[in-house]
Design a protein around this ligand. Structure first.
Ligand code: AMP
Length: 460
C-alpha cells in the first residue's frame, strides 16, 4: 500500500513545506498512485477527473524536472479549453512557490499574440496552453520545444472529442523523443489507447475510483414523450428549486432554445457553447460564478474545464450515449461531500441509454414520471445579483479595490451589496445586489473611479 504522505516522495523539503502551507497534508489517491512513478521519469496514463487533485499529480512531477538556470521550455501542458488552462496555470504557480525562479506562461486562444510572444522572449520554463494557440506559436517560431522534458496532455479524451488530434500530433512531433509523457483522461476509449501507443513508452496506468461517492448524488430519471422535454424541464425546476444548475444538451441550437425557453418562464438561464466568441463566453462564466445567473445550458464540450464550485443540480435535457459521459456530467454536483441531484429526461426510445447507465454504475437507474412532481407554478429564479460591466480593466491598471472603494465610498453602497469583482484586460465586471443597481449605475454615470470616468452598463 503506497504511503499517502508527501514526505515519502523524493521532492525538496521546501516543496513539502509549500504543500503544507497550501493545506495539502496528504496525497489524494491519484497523487499517491501517480507521483512515485512520475518522479521516476515514467510515462503515465491516469484515468482521473477534475477534483481528484490531478493537477498536482502532474504539477509536482514536472516542477521537479525543471532546471531554473536553463531558460527554455522544459514542461508543456496541453489543455482542451482556456478555462482549464487558466485553472491549471494557477495551480502550478501555487505549487511552484517553493522556488523563486520558475516562470510559467499561458498560451491560449482568444488573447492577443503580441504579449504572449513577449513573455516567451523573456524565457519561460513551463507553458500551459490550448492546442490551436500552441500550434500558432510553433508555426511562427515563437515557441520552441527542443528542450522539453515533460509533456502533459490534460483531459486528453476531450481534446480528441473536440477534433484536436492532428493539432496535438503536430505539436508533439516538435518535442524531443526523450521526453516524459503524462496523459490524463477522464475516460479511456480506444482512441486514447491508440494515441498513447503512438506517443508513450511503456506507460504505467493508474485509475482512481470516481471522486464522488454515489450516495451523495441523488439520481432520478424521468420518462417523457418527445415533445414533453421542455415542460418536464420546467417541472423539475418548479419541484426541486435548484439555485445553481447546469442543463446539458447535445447541440448548440438546443442550448440556445432551452435557455430562451427557461428565460421565458422567469428562470434566468444562459447558454454556453462553442459558437460564443471569447468575450461572450467570459461574460456567461462571470455571471454564473458571481450569482447573477443561476442556470447554464451547456454542451459537454463547453462545460468542460468550467471551474464550477458547488452545483446543486445537473439536469440532462438529453442523455448522452456514453455512460461515462453521464457519470462525468453528474460529478459536477455533490462535490466536497455536499448533496447534489442529477435529474435526467429521457424518451421511450432512449431507454437503452438508461439501461447502459445502470450497467455502468452497477446499480439500477431509478425512473419516475413527471406527473409525480409536485409543481410550484409561482416559482421563478431571478438571482439576487446583477452584473455591471465597466469599460476599463487590467490594461488601465484597474484593481478590484478601486471599484470596491468607489462604490462603497462616494456611491454610498454597503459592502454587502457588492459581490464578486472580475477584472479582464479591457473590461471589468462587478456583481451588485439588484436593489442597489440604480444607485450604482447613477453614480457611475457621473462619478469617477481612480480619477477617471468609466462607462458602465448592466449586462443582460
Ligand atoms: P484538480 O483535480 O487538480 O482540479 O484539484 C482539485 C482541488 O484539490 C484543487 O482545488 C486543489 O487545490 C486541491 N488539492 C489538490 N491536491 C490536494 C491535496 N493533496 N490535499 C488537499 N487538496 C488538494
Amino acid at each position: 500500500m503506497a504511503s499517502d504522505s508527501f514526505s515519502s516522495l523524493s521532492i525538496p523539503a521546501a516543496q513539502i513545506a509549500n504543500l503544507d502551507s497550501l493545506g495539502y497534508t496528504k496525497m489524494t489517491p491519484i497523487q499517491a498512485q501517480s507521483l512515485p512513478q512520475v518522479l521516476k521519469g515514467k510515462d503515465l496514463i491516469a484515468k482521473a477527473k477534475t477534483g481528484s487533485g490531478k493537477t498536482a499529480a502532474f504539477g509536482i512531477g514536472l516542477l521537479n524536472n525543471i532546471n531554473p538556470r536553463f531558460f527554455g521550455v522544459q514542461a508543456l501542458v496541453i489543455c482542451p479549453t482556456r478555462e482549464l488552462a487558466d485553472q491549471v496555470g494557477k495551480e502550478i504557480r501555487r505549487l511552484a512557490r517553493f522556488t523563486q525562479n520558475i516562470k510559467l506562461v499561458l498560451l491560449c486562444g482568444g488573447k492577443p499574440l503580441g504579449p504572449q510572444i513577449g513573455s516567451l522572449e523573456h524565457g519561460a520554463h513551463i507553458v500551459v496552453g490550448t492546442p490551436g494557440r500552441l500550434q500558432d506559436h510553433l508555426r511562427k517560431g515563437t515557441l520552441k520545444l527542443e528542450g522539453l522534458k515533460t509533456l502533459v496532455l490534460d483531459e486528453a479524451d476531450r481534446m480528441l472529442d473536440m477534433g484536436f488530434f492532428d493539432v496535438m500530433k503536430d505539436i508533439i512531433a516538435q518535442t524531443p523523443k526523450s521526453r516524459q509523457t503524462l496523459l490524463f483522461s477522464a475516460t479511456y476509449p480506444d482512441t486514447i489507447k491508440q494515441m498513447s501507443q503512438s506517443i508513450q513508452r511503456n506507460p504505467i496506468t493508474v485509475t482512481v475510483e470516481s471522486e464522488h461517492k454515489a450516495s451523495v448524488i441523488e439520481q432520478l430519471f424521468y420518462e417523457v414523450k418527445k415533445h414533453e422535454r421542455n415542460n418536464t424541464l420546467l417541472a423539475l425546476f418548479e419541484h426541486y428549486h435548484p439555485e445553481s444548475t447546469v442543463v446539458f444538451c447535445h447541440t448548440k441550437k438546443q442550448c440556445d432554445e432551452v435557455a430562451i425557453f427557461l428565460r421565458d418562464h422567469q428562470i434566468e438561464a444562459l447558454a454556453i457553447h462553442g459558437d460564443l466568441d471569447q468575450r461572450e463566453r467570459d461574460q456567461v462564466l462571470v455571471r454564473f460564478a458571481n450569482n447573477s445567473c443561476s442556470v447554464l445550458v451547456a454542451t459537454d464540450v463547453a462545460a468542460r474545464g468550467l471551474d464550477i464550485k458547488s452545483l446543486q443540480a445537473v439536469i440532462n435535457y438529453e442523455l448522452p450515449r456514453d455512460p461515462e459521459i453521464f457519470v462525468h456530467r453528474i460529478g459536477r454536483t455533490g462535490r466536497a461531500g455536499e448533496k447534489g441531484i442529477a435529474l435526467s429526461i429521457f424518451t421511450p426510445s432512449e431507454v437503452v441509454r438508461v439501461n447502459a447507465i445502470a450497467d455502468y454504475q452497477k446499480k439500477p437507474s431509478i425512473c419516475d414520471v413527471p406527473e409525480s412532481l409536485d409543481r410550484d407554478p409561482a416559482f421563478t429564479l431571478q438571482p439576487s445579483m446583477i452584473t455591471i460591466q465597466l469599460d476599463a480593466g487590467r490594461k488601465s491598471k484597474l484593481r478590484p479595490g478601486d471599484i470596491l472603494g468607489a462604490l462603497t465610498g462616494d456611491a454610498g453602497l454597503a459592502g454587502s451589496q457588492i459581490g464578486k469583482i472580475d477584472i479582464f484586460d479591457m473590461s471589468s465586471y462587478v456583481a451588485i445586489e439588484r436593489s442597489a443597481l440604480r444607485q450604482a449605475l447613477n453614480y457611475l454615470a457621473n462619478g469617477k473611479i481612480k480619477g477617471r470616468t468609466i462607462r458602465a452598463r448592466k449586462i443582460r
